[in-house]
Write a protein that binds this ligand. Structure first.
Ligand SMILES: C[C@@]1(CC(=O)O)C2=NC(=C\c3[nH]c(c(CCC(=O)O)c3CC(=O)O)Cc3[nH]c(c(CC(=O)O)c3CCC(=O)O)/C=C3\N/C(=C\2)[C@@H](CCC(=O)O)[C@]3(C)CC(=O)O)/[C@H]1CCC(=O)O
Ligand SMILES: NC(=O)c1ccc[n+]([C@@H]2O[C@H](COP(=O)([O-])OP(=O)(O)OC[C@H]3O[C@@H](n4cnc5c(N)ncnc54)[C@H](O)[C@@H]3O)[C@@H](O)[C@H]2O)c1
Length: 194
């Protein structure tokens, strides 16, 4: 079976600077996805025009800056991640070139081959977060799977995580002892006796 070789990580976007180029439907969706996950993310959106939905969204987030202008090289300066979401393939590829030259990670929304990273479909239940990728094959299936998992994971999991975190802080002993104890305590979650 073909495998998915993407390596998932969870960024702390309040500590990073994100540039989104393009403020249409896709620019709006990507900014929304970022803020749903990380409301304090520092995001700059550069675009010649903005979808009204994006303007309304940004109005509620002082950490999101909309800059109405044409993209220029300098926009990448000081950024950690770039998302190119214009509808102009040539421009997106030019943004990719500039990002690579500046060693900044980039996602080019219309060209998976030019993406250093993909956005995932994200299940959120309190402290729990699960990111789903279909290797770019079907974002729609990723979305559907998210819906299934979102319903299947009980809200009570948050209390379990909270309690386990408190126990983890209180456990004494060396690392191996702690791992053993935590595994014993949580075996019931997976119906295992070990
Ligand atoms: C998961 C999610 C995260 C997010 O964006 O937040 C996400 N796309 C979502 C939705 C969605 N995107 C598209 C549709 C329309 C139906 C369809 O085409 O399938 C829908 C469905 C809908 O909106 O209902 C169109 C589309 N998407 C890409 C292309 C370009 C191409 O494939 O060439 C085109 C064609 C454009 C065109 O034809 O013009 C590319 C990518 N989209 C990805 C992520 C990355 C792969 C993730 C993976 O590995 O699975 C990747 C590779 C890059 C990236 O964008 O990071 C989010 C679901 C959020 C949720 O609700 O949970
Ligand atoms: N990855 C995904 O999830 C996904 C989903 C759907 C579509 N897409 C692709 O994303 C792309 C964008 O689609 P859209 O519907 O948002 O397009 P759109 O026409 O709604 O928006 C384009 C945006 O690009 C901006 N723009 C254009 N030229 C610019 C320039 N020179 N400098 C700065 N900004 C400029 C415009 O101002 C506008 O904000 C399309 O190529 C589409 O195929 C990707």
């Amino acid at each position: 079976m073909e495998q998915n070789h993407l390596f998932p990580v969870f960024f702390k976007l309040e500590q990073l600077q994100v540039l989104v180029v393009g403020g249409g439907n896709v620019g709006h969706e990507k900014v929304n996805a970022i803020l749903q996950n990380c409301p304090a993310a520092r995001v700059t959106v550069v675009a010649t025009w903005f979808a009204p939905e994006l303007e309304a969204l940004a109005a509620g987030f002082p950490n999101v800056t909309l800059v109405q202008k044409e993209f220029s090289c300098g926009d990448i300066f000081g950024k950690d991640l770039v998302i190119a979401a214009t509808a102009d393939k040539q421009l997106n590829s030019c943004i990719w070139e500039k990002a690579k030259a500046g060693k900044v990670l980039i996602n080019v929304a219309d060209t998976p081959a030019l993406c250093d990273f993909y956005l995932g479909s994200v299940v959120q239940k309190g402290s729990l977060k699960i990111a789903i990728s279909t290797n770019g094959k079907s974002p729609t299936v990723a979305k559907r799977l998210r819906e299934v998992l979102q319903d299947a994971i009980p809200d009570t999991l948050e209390a379990v995580l909270h309690n386990l975190s408190a126990i983890r802080d209180r456990l004494k002993g060396d690392f191996a002892d702690k791992v053993k104890k935590l595994n014993e305590l949580t075996s019931v979650l997976v119906g295992k006796g070990d």
